[in-house]
Design a protein around this ligand. Structure first.
Ligand SMILES: [Zn+2]
Length: 192
């Protein structure tokens, strides 16, 4: 099998990999009703150009511990005062970290206008953040444009919000929500 693969080819479930005319899903992928091949798991994507098949290999459980300046992925657990508490789950490449790790995001580390932290993040949001302290719980920052909320759901109906410009819009009920959105917000193409 001739494969083209690299460490950068980390994909998340639902991510578009190819169109069915180009590649058939072999493992860890599926084709949707619109003819797109999508990842069905978190892993590394490999394309076999010769046989026109695509596969996603699950990431190995290499346990890592974040250090200062590292990028991490986590969920907003709750908000208290000027702080959002984060459950840190993955490193910037979505690899699992030694757990459980906690992070806290202070209003001063958002880098966007707004007095209340709830204007920028909400419980359940998946965020990408930079580690700025060296001990668990880690202090986090989302000041950079590449950092912030990468996936959020509608507070009214629970559907995954879609990014349109600087807003997040619910494809199901039309609710518009405000977040500090990361440039890498994951726009899933979901069908109900
Ligand atoms: Zn909604």
């Amino acid at each position: 099998m001739i494969e083209m693969s690299s460490d950068e080819n980390i994909v998340v479930p639902g991510e578009e990999l190819a169109v069915i005319e180009e590649f058939s899903p072999l493992f860890g992928a599926y084709s949707d009703e619109n003819g797109y091949v999508r990842a069905s798991l978190l892993g590394k994507v490999a394309k076999d150009i010769l046989n026109k098949v695509i596969k996603v290999t699950p990431l190995s459980s290499r346990y890592l511990f974040p250090s200062i300046k590292d990028i991490v992925i986590g969920y907003v657990a709750y908000i208290k005062g000027e702080i959002a508490m984060i459950n840190i789950l993955r490193d910037g490449n979505f690899r699992p970290l030694t757990g459980p790790l906690a992070g806290f995001l202070h209003i001063s580390q958002i880098g966007a206008e707004g007095k209340h932290i709830s204007e920028h993040v909400a419980p359940g949001d998946l965020i990408k953040a930079r580690v700025i302290s060296s001990e668990n719980p880690f202090q986090l920052s989302i000041k950079h444009p590449s950092l912030g909320v990468i996936l959020a759901s509608c507070s009214v109906c629970g559907a995954i919000l879609k990014r349109e410009g600087d807003k997040l819009i619910c494809p199901r009920c039309g609710n518009v929500e405000k977040r500090k959105i990361a440039s890498s917000y994951i726009n899933l193409k979901l069908t109900d």
